[in-house]
Design a protein around this ligand. Structure first.
Ligand code: GCU
Length: 601
């Protein structure tokens, strides 16, 4: 029965996923936009009564008989972007509904189209403009847009959002996850202006088999044949084509002068795409990416991934990261470690982080939060995963720094899970077949007889790179001395150890051999033990210690040690480097002097 259901799920997904194009325009920051960030007025709607009372109407008691029992005027104010948990102590643990409202002025012009673009709202929301329902979205970490051209008033408009961070079994992530359940309008809100016909989507990338060939795919907002121009001035490239009757075009531009992007040389080219009086400008990097046996090749050279993970959180502020300066804090500490890659855990992080990583020459692994406990047998959940994954791909497929699309994290193999993820994988490849797909499993088991780690997962054969999360010396003791631990996982394919480590409370020292010491010395020793084991994994293509900073988690309750924080950070929640930080920094420094472990440049 479950297999039949799995097959039906697969059929449903294939029918429902391939038809749609991008659900929002590519690269809003390269267009004409106004920011709607700032202080918004909010109503904390604990018992979810706002729809019944029509908060979106922002009613005012004018006449003697008018009875209005709410008002945005004079209500609590929250910063947008920003989570509500870190802005008001009463909302630190709040899981529920908050209504946001603000006025904004617009001067309408003939022939102009207007869109509301939300970079991220956590977790689900309904959008209203001038008392009318506009649309809704689910998923905290991907953008969405609505056209409001015909709903806008010339002059003052009232924008209202109902936002909820209530967890549900069929959501992504589901009921239980090891990070804080932040709620709110946590990323930028933009008002985009376009002409009647505009460049809606584009994908500009280097041909993986020919570093002199740039492939361009683009789509206009309407099914119309129009002249479209793509220019890369520094390469003296300019190509003008006519789109087909569907408003789409695909073509190739060639140049012998292309300087390849790499961690050592993060070269980006100004790229301008125009159609009529619409112009979008971007910064595009060009690189090739492939797998050769157990090696990951960047620009044709083996590249060992010296990675770290981090959550989208500034621990000192105890809140979501949302700005360019926040991106600098997180990526600056990653760069200081000597990484060439960051695994953006466990969800698509804001565009400032993605674009700054690209400018800094840091390779990225991105994923959606298909993280433990997902309701794989639920077709609604499948639809949400397909939609969320598409949104991630369409937002970031022009970012050359993104080299890995993560399929899932610690999802146990089963018939429904295998079909669910295969559907996501097939859909994803139909949009982007230029990158490496990776899955992070935690089912590697020690075979005592053979004295080797092994792992069974049918998806190992379906992805380009296999990754394993394994916390030896933390959640489970070492099966043997680290130097004697051998691996036979994903033989013949690149293997990344995508999570390892243990917890330490900054400032606690001593007892480097007692796991419950919570000491920096134990954590540092644990890193050294893992590095010793890594030296004996033949197909090791990269490592990513868990995690850069201590981060907030409702599941970490050890009093005096955790107190609501996961302490696996190499840095404390105050940004102080623990002893383990130096162990990893020294290992990455050693790697960077190993001629066999290039950075693809
Ligand atoms: C898991 C999971 C992380 C989690 C970590 C931990 O592997 O992927 O999200 O925080 O382990 O237990 O600290």
């Amino acid at each position: 029965m479950r297999l039949l259901f799995a097959v039906l799920l697969s059929l449903w997904a294939s029918l429902s996923s391939s038809a749609q194009g991008a659900t929002f325009m590519t690269n809003v920051y390269g267009r004409s936009f106004e920011s709607l960030n700032g202080k918004w007025n909010v109503l904390v709607d604990w018992y979810d009564i706002g729809e019944k009372r029509h908060f979106e109407k922002n009613a005012k008691a004018v006449g003697d008989d008018d009875f209005v029992e709410y008002s945005f005027d004079g209500a609590m104010r929250l910063n947008v972007p920003g989570d509500w948990n870190s802005q008001n102590p009463e909302l630190k643990y709040y899981e529920g509904v908050v209504w946001y409202g603000r006025n904004f002025d617009v001067r309408k012009s003939e022939g102009q189209r207007k869109f509301l673009y939300f970079c991220g709202v956590s977790y689900r929301c309904k959008v209203y403009l001038n008392e009318e329902f506009v649309g809704e979205h689910e998923g905290s970490f991907t953008p969405f847009q609505f056209e409001i051209t015909d709903m806008l008033r010339d002059g003052e408009n009232f924008l209202c959002l109902k936002v909820s961070n209530v967890r549900t079994k069929d959501a992504i992530p589901a009921m239980n996850f090891d990070w804080w359940n932040y709620g709110g309008i946590t990323r930028d809100v933009l008002l985009i202006t376009t002409p009647e016909t505009y460049v809606n989507e584009y994908f500009v990338r280097l041909d993986d088999n020919n570093p002199n060939k740039i492939r361009v795919t683009l789509g206009l907002s309407g099914k119309t044949e129009r002249s479209v121009k793509v220019e890369i001035p520094e390469l003296k490239l300019s190509e003008e084509v006519i789109t087909d009757i569907n408003g789409r075009a695909e073509f190739v531009m060639t140049s012998d002068e292309i300087e390849l992007w790499s961690p050592g040389n993060p070269k980006l080219y100004k790229t301008v795409i125009s159609a009529g009086d619409d112009t979008v400008s971007d910064e595009i990097g060009f690189r090739t990416l492939s797998v050769d046996g157990t090696k990951i090749l960047l620009n044709g050279k083996p590249c060992f991934m010296k990675s770290i993970s981090f959550h989208e959180e500034i621990p000192q502020r105890m809140g979501r990261a949302f700005s360019e300066s926040d991106a600098g804090v997180l990526l600056g500490e990653a760069a200081a470690l000597g990484v060439n890659m960051v695994r953006l855990a466990h969800y698509p992080q804001n565009e400032y982080i993605v674009r700054l990583a690209e400018r800094m020459g840091i390779i990225l692994w991105e994923e959606i939060p298909l993280w433990q406990g997902i309701d794989f047998g639920n077709e609604n959940t499948q639809g949400k995963a397909i939609a969320m994954y598409r949104e991630m791909l369409f937002r970031d497929r022009n970012r050359c720094a993104v080299c890995f699309w993560g399929l899932a994290n610690e999802t146990r193999p089963s018939a429904v899970r295998n079909v669910f993820l295969e559907n996501v994988l097939q859909m994803a490849k139909s949009i982007d077949d230029t990158r490496l797909y990776v899955i992070a499993d935690d089912v590697a088991e020690w075979n005592d007889e053979k004295e080797v780690f092994e792992m069974n997962d049918p998806l190992i054969d379906r992805v380009d790179v296999v990754a394993v999360n394994r916390y030896m010396g933390w959640y489970a003791p070492w099966p043997k001395a680290p130097s004697e631990c051998r691996w036979n996982v994903a033989a013949g394919k690149p293997l990344i150890i995508s999570e390892f480590g243990g917890e330490a409370l900054y400032g606690v020292h001593g007892e480097e051999r007692r796991v419950s010491s919570w000491s920096e010395d134990y954590q540092a020793n644990l890193m050294r033990d893992n590095i010793e084991m890594f030296r004996h994994i033949d197909n090791l293509a990269g490592i990513s210690p868990w995690v850069l900073f201590d981060f907030r988690s409702p599941t970490r309750l050890s009093p005096g040690n955790q107190d609501g924080w996961n302490r696996k950070g190499l840095l404390s929640d105050q940004g102080l480097r623990k002893k383990a930080w130096y162990v990893i920094r020294d290992f990455y420094d050693e790697c960077s002097h190993d001629p066999a472990l290039t950075d693809g440049n």
